[in-house]
Write a protein that binds this ligand. Structure first.
Ligand code: AMP
Length: 110
């Protein structure tokens, strides 16, 4: 059974897709935590950072984030977050990076 993010990528579940390439797809988070909040998911169903290998599609996430940040006009900066596992706050077992921006982000995160 495919993950929610695969269903979004395949247009089986509606979402606001803002970026696509051969490896990853970016779409607006349904519950945004900043004025710009985009989820960038791998097309491959990699379960998370814990399953990342030495090379592969996941290496494309940061490049895609940079391109999306440029498209979104985030010249003042932004944050990239990957939640891993229960303590990391991961809720979907499909590798994805959060791109957050459009406001001053506090540190450290909760
Ligand atoms: P994580 O908690 O790191 O696994 O992130 C999952 C993210 O997916 C959360 O920020 C959710 O708000 C977001 N999300 C869940 N369902 C959808 C959806 N249908 N469309 C867009 N974003 C979603």
């Amino acid at each position: 059974m495919s993950t929610l993010f695969t269903k979004i990528i395949n247009r089986e579940v509606p979402s606001d897709i803002v970026y696509e390439d051969d490896f990853v797809v970016g779409f607006r988070d349904i519950n945004p935590q900043a004025p710009v909040h985009i989820v960038i998911a791998t097309r491959a169903e990699i379960t998370g950072v814990a399953a990342v290998e030495e090379s592969g599609d996941q290496q494309h996430l940061i490049y895609a984030a940079r391109k999306i940040a440029e498209n979104e006009g985030l010249e003042k900066g932004y944050r990239l977050v990957i939640n891993q596992g229960e303590d990391g706050g991961q809720t979907f077992d499909h590798l994805h990076m959060h791109l957050l921006g459009g406001r001053k982000l506090s540190w450290p995160p909760g």
